[in-house]
Design a protein around this ligand. Structure first.
Ligand code: GLN
Length: 392
């Protein structure tokens, strides 16, 4: 008994050591580093995706009232009952998905936590997870921290996916595909045809889907489709979303994951032991956000669309070659004409011109040195000022 205990401890220590090595090789987020540089050089921050559309007063008031009325302690670990119910209703009416709020919806500390707890909960050591590149920076560390192996498939500059490559990788053995639509940083909205193709891959090869739908309300010319709503996908998909971007409350750290009970169980365990619960007063504010009328979303979309069109047109007038996003609020631009790589270019821009952007290579496993990412979430005056500084 004593010996067994000792052996078990040795093997756990081995895991911890390997874990430490994994953490050491992961670099800090370049996106968030650019925000620190923007502060340091007093630059306009078009790097990290800070939403700027005003949060409705009623939503802020609800959170303040929650604090004032003493709702400042832990909530139920999975999220307040009321918020889970609201999320489940939103998932039904907006996404066409049916989740039981008692067992199948978990409120997390932002969608980034959902991604991490899903990886840790569902993916085993050494298993492969497909990530589309370019990718949102957090995905790769989430896979590595779960001791799994990221494999990459590239979204082309024309926003197409490489079906041959995907098929080959799926048949080679994948545990999960990590999807993000609308996509950060390209702004690609995966078409119904893309989604059907991915569905077939997942169903035929018994692959899970983890889908980050953070920007589902930010689609400029189309409507959102959740991968889990396609036949055969609900049972194998974890649908992730959040409130940071749409309601401009990224500091509240409120997101969610939704999945069939069996998949949700291990995800909840990770959530239970890592963050315990999302901030209680902000969960109350979020309930109010979910009750906002339709015109809130229309106005928000108009606001960001104006920013998109302005930035696209303005960058076209420079030596950069921007890609027009279909959704979300990021824009990649080709900078090859400038004779600098992405890191030099971003450094030059933040230090000499006072505009912070993100170097493209931070979104790629291999490549991206000819790109930078602009975030056009700031108000039009800020964008105008940034463009003037760049053109200067
Ligand atoms: N999604 C945002 C971006 O890509 C940042 C989110 C974050 O830093 N947690 O800029």
């Amino acid at each position: 008994m004593h010996l067994m205990g000792k052996l078990a401890l040795t093997s756990i220590q081995g895991d911890i050591l390997r874990g430490t090595e994994r953490i050491r090789v992961i670099q800090e987020s370049v996106i968030r580093e650019m925000t620190r540089k923007a502060k340091k050089y007093d630059a306009i921050n078009l790097s990290q995706g800070y939403p700027d559309y005003p949060t409705p007063e009623s939503v802020l008031k609800e959170a303040k009232e929650a604090i004032d009325s003493g709702l400042n302690q832990y909530s139920i670990t999975w999220g307040t009952e009321e918020l889970r119910k609201e999320i489940s209703e939103k998932l039904s009416s907006f996404n066409g998905l049916d989740y039981d709020p008692t067992y199948e919806v978990t409120v997390t500390c932002g969608s980034s936590e959902s991604i991490m707890s899903t990886m840790l909960g569902l993916v085993e050591k050494g298993e492969k997870v497909l990530i589309f590149q370019p990718f949102y920076e957090n995905y790769v560390p989430a896979v590595s921290i779960a001791s799994a192996e990221p494999v990459f498939s590239t979204i082309g500059k024309d926003m197409s996916i490489d079906r041959e490559d995907l098929k080959e990788k799926a048949e080679g053995g994948l545990k999960a595909i990590l999807l993000n639509t609308p996509h950060n940083p390209t702004g690609k909205v995966f078409s119904k045809d893309d989604l059907r193709f991915l569905r077939d891959l997942c169903v035929d090869n018994e692959i899970y889907a983890i889908t980050d739908e953070m920007y589902e309300k930010m689609i400029y010319e189309d409507k959102h489709t959740s991968l889990a709503s396609l036949e055969g996908m609900w049972e194998r998909t974890v649908t992730i979303g959040g409130f940071s971007k749409v309601y401009s409350v990224s500091g509240w750290r409120v997101g969610y994951s939704a999945a069939p009970k069996g998949l949700m169980k291990p995800i909840r365990k990770v959530h239970d032991y890592t963050t315990v619960c999302a901030p209680t007063p902000f969960q109350h504010g979020t309930i109010k956000a979910l009750e906002l009328p339709e015109n809130f979303y229309e106005d928000m979309l108009d606001y960001y669309k104006r920013g998109r069109d302005f930035l696209y047109k303005s960058l076209k007038e420079t030596k950069m070659d921007p890609f027009k996003p279909q959704g979300a609020y990021y824009m990649l631009a080709d900078i090859s004409e400038y004779g600098m790589d992405d890191i030099e270019f971003a450094d030059y821009l933040v230090k000499e011109k006072g505009v912070a952007v993100v170097p493209g290579s931070s979104f790629y496993h291999d490549g991206g040195e000819d790109l930078v990412r602009f975030c056009f979430s700031q108000d039009i005056d800020q964008l105008k000022e940034a463009v003037e500084r760049i053109k200067d």
